[in-house]
Write a protein that binds this ligand. Structure first.
Ligand code: 5AD
Ligand code: SF4
Length: 438
């Protein structure tokens, strides 16, 4: 009997790929994805707990499913991902309508848990950090016609940055064998995928524990795969980004001229308190080295404002870094204490009002820099990988440049055909470019 699943994914790309795997697993059990809750027999929430706000969002989403569950007999709710891993027992207690709670290491056992819930109405909480990597053998569901997809190369993190909960909810670092990664990407290429985004919490330490090839060699191997034209990766730790990887930006054309390099803060004192393992100077030296290899390279970053002990003077260093690097875009967050992390024990977090004010200053300045970086593209011809029709105009297409700039453009031909188009940029918006195909 065909049943229907509605999956909602919170948080980062890691969760998106996990959701793709979950859909593939459920597909084998004859569960078909549907776009609305009302059509579903099973609702699955793949959750995030990186900041308090993220956890709250999940708890309210869980609460909101009470009515849905009551509406008809046999409906099931499963909650997985990072919040499930962190607070499995609490979810079981607070939400008796949830049937299954599964952690980030228990994806491969999900079919069994669902069977138990379907047949025996048995509630399961399964959040052991087993180090299970069987889920890597499950190829994530990739929608028909996808040209760009994500591929996990490692899981977990052992950096224990003072503010961060990820090492506790994702567990120790484990890298996938290079052969398995290459095989997956070859398969994707045969399905028409041109661009891959390699995923890991700390890609620069890929394979170190396992004695696998280093990350830069993995990039080289992937660039040898026919049909794959663009390679990106996230996330790079500024401390571990090494010379050979930096040099690859000058050598491998397929390596996209864009890097996400989270600095978190501009003050050495705060970086030290965060346990990041680099100074502002060392970070900026890597930015310079990358620009030397690839002058057009785009930078993005993450900032945390209001970390315990951050003074106005410390915060000004963050602004200084922004002025120096001129990021193409950034993600900025107010510090959020997470139970169990080292920083949760520290005093002196900025007041809410101070943190709000600092966040605002970052956002305003970044908007200016983003706009300037986009305006600098006007008059240039860029190569765009077409992802879909533009939402604004049926004669237009939407895609991205190698630098990850979003482009809407009037196409010579809209239907299928060449995925890569040459586009003359004639306008810059707040977050995207527009132009015409040449
Ligand atoms: N508070 C605020 N921001 C955080 N991040 C991670 N943990 C926290 C926290 N406790 C941010 C960091 C990281 C991004 C994914 O989330 O900037 O790079
Ligand atoms: Fe968290 Fe630091 Fe690991 Fe990134 S490197 S996931 S910020 S502990």
């Amino acid at each position: 009997m065909v049943r229907h699943v509605f999956i909602e994914t919170f948080g980062c790309q890691m969760n998106e790929v996990d959701s793709g795997r979950i859909l593939a697993l459920l597909g084998d059990m004859a569960y078909v994805p549907v776009p609305t809750r009302d059509e579903a027999d099973l609702i699955l929430l793949n959750t995030c707990s990186i900041r308090e706000k993220a956890s709250h969002k999940v708890y309210s989403a869980i609460g909101a499913l009470r009515g849905w569950k009551r509406h008809s007999k046999g409906r099931l709710i499963a909650v997985g991902g990072c919040l499930a891993q962190e607070a499995g027992e609490e979810i079981r207690r607070r939400a008796p309508h949830v049937d299954i709670v599964f952690g980030t290491h228990n994806i491969a056992s999900l079919p069994e848990m669902i069977r138990n819930a379907e047949v025996r109405r048995k509630r399961t909480v399964s959040v052991e950090m087993t180090g299970d990597t069987r889920h890597w053998d499950i190829l994530p569901y990739v929608p028909e016609g996808a040209v760009a997809t994500m591929v996990t190369i490692m899981q977990g993190c052992e950096n224990f940055c003072a503010y961060c909960i990820v090492p506790y909810v994702r567990g120790p670092e484990v890298s996938r064998p290079a052969g398995q990664i290459v095989a997956e990407i070859q398969g994707l290429s045969e399905r028409g995928v041109h661009e891959v985004l390699l995923l890991g919490q700390n890609v620069n330490s890929y394979g170190k524990k396992e004695g696998e090839i280093p990350f830069h060699q993995l990039l080289r191997r992937i660039s040898g795969i026919d049909g794959i034209d663009r390679i990106r990766f996230i996330t790079s730790h500024p401390r571990d980004l090494d010379r050979p990887t930096i040099e690859l930006f000058g050598e491998l054309e397929k390596l996209c001229p864009h890097i996400h390099l989270p600095i978190q803060a501009g003050s050495d004192r705060i970086l030290d308190a965060m346990g990041r393992g680099y100074t502002r100077k060392a970070y900026l030296a890597k930015v310079d080295a990358l620009r030397e290899q690839r002058p057009e390279i785009a930078f993005s970053t993450d900032f945390i404002v209001g970390f315990p002990g951050e003074t106005e003077d410390d915060f000004r260093r963050t602004i200084e870094v922004m002025e120096t690097v001129r990021y193409d875009y950034c993600f900025s967050f107010k510090y959020s204490p997470r139970a169990g992390t080292a920083a949760a024990l520290l005093d002196g977090a900025a007041s809410m009002a101070e943190a709000d004010e600092r966040l605002q200053r970052v956002l305003v300045l970044q908007d200016i820099h983003t706009a300037q970086r986009l305006e600098a593209m006007i008059g240039k011809t860029v190569e765009v990988l077409v992802e879909k029709p533009s939402s604004r105009d049926a004669s237009h297409l939407f895609g991205r440049t190698g630098c990850y700039k979003a482009v809407n453009f009037s196409a010579k031909e809209v239907g299928v055909g060449a995925q890569f188009r040459q586009v003359l940029v004639d306008k810059a918006g707040a977050h995207s470019l527009s132009g015409k195909e040449v």
